[in-house]
Write a protein of this length. Structure first.
Length: 296
């Protein structure tokens, strides 16, 4: 099964909803970064959130960066997305491990921490990127983003993110983002709150093999949800290259590069986003040094 994001309208267009199945995407991230089950759950939720928010951007050149800096042992997590959405990201401590929480579930809140901030950076072709900052409320990520939307974007939303992990890796992963339109009614909101409560966790709904439309019906309580777009396939894609890595080497400066050439005679760089390794020979480093000298 391919991963998919589908957009719907509910309650005669007064509510918009996006539902995502990101199982393969999160499994790929798990393999790339050698994530522990707990890191898979935390980082996977952030990747799904970035995928959903990435789809909301209009232009293919638009860029979204989501960063969570909490006081928990997982450290900083960062995900970048375009509007396709193609996502990439990294997590400082991919092997984080904690005991299960009081509900017998992976302790994402404990890993992320409750003291810290969410950073949302949208580069959408304006003179300056939009930067939104919101405090963490629980570290569970979905609740933290719901709080961000209300306080930073003045949007009435419901967010659910989930990653189900078993001994083989990521079993199911996905999420949904429900937006109340300006003409939504109190009754619409009340119906959705009731439906979300009765529906349960998004990962469990996916694990029951429900389609994204069935999930949309379940979490809105509207049997007449209308599909608006269903051809969106989120993917993990890193656009790193040796050329870009070389440009990174140049930024360390003449003295530091001379030191590497004289002491090591070679260099190896690893991409944070995909763990691909790039090796530079002495001759290649000397060429980069010449570039620095030409710019001086």
């Amino acid at each position: 099964m391919k991963d998919k994001i589908t957009r719907f309208l509910a309650y005669e267009g007064r509510i918009s909803i996006m539902c995502a199945d990101t199982t393969n995407l999160i499994e790929e991230a798990r393999k790339i970064h050698d994530l522990s089950p707990l890191a898979s759950a935390a980082f996977g939720r952030l990747i799904t959130m970035a995928s959903l928010m990435g789809v909301e951007m209009k232009d293919k050149d638009d860029s979204l960066t989501l960063q969570i800096k909490g006081n928990g042992p997982i450290g900083t997590m960062l995900v970048v997305s375009n509007n396709i959405p193609e996502v990439k990201g990294y997590v400082v401590n991919p092997h984080v491990d904690l005991p299960l929480n009081e509900f017998g579930k992976l302790d994402v809140g404990g890993a992320v921490g409750q003291d810290g901030h969410i950073y949302v950076i949208k580069d959408i072709g304006l003179k300056e990127p939009y930067i939104g900052i919101s405090p963490l409320t629980s570290g569970e990520i979905a609740e933290d983003f719901a709080n961000y939307f209300v306080n930073s974007e003045q949007r009435q939303v419901a967010v659910s993110l989930g990653v189900l992990v078993d001994k083989n890796g990521v079993r199911r992963a996905g999420g949904y983002l429900i937006n109340a339109m300006p003409d939504s009614t109190d009754e619409d909101i009340s119906n959705i709150e009731k439906a979300i409560f009765e529906a349960g966790a998004i990962s469990k709904l996916l694990d029951k093999e429900l389609s994204l439309k069935e999930i949309a019906i379940k979490v809105t309580g509207d049997k007449n949800v209308r599909v608006i777009q269903d051809d969106i396939e989120p993917k993990y894609k890193c656009n790193c290259s040796k050329k870009k890595m070389g440009e990174g080497v140049i930024t360390i400066g003449k003295e530091e590069l001379e030191k590497i050439i004289n002491e090591d005679g070679k260099a190896e760089l690893i991409c944070h986003f995909c763990n691909k390794r790039y090796k530079f020979s002495k001759e290649e480093l000397e060429k980069l040094l010449e570039e620095i000298k030409h710019k001086m």
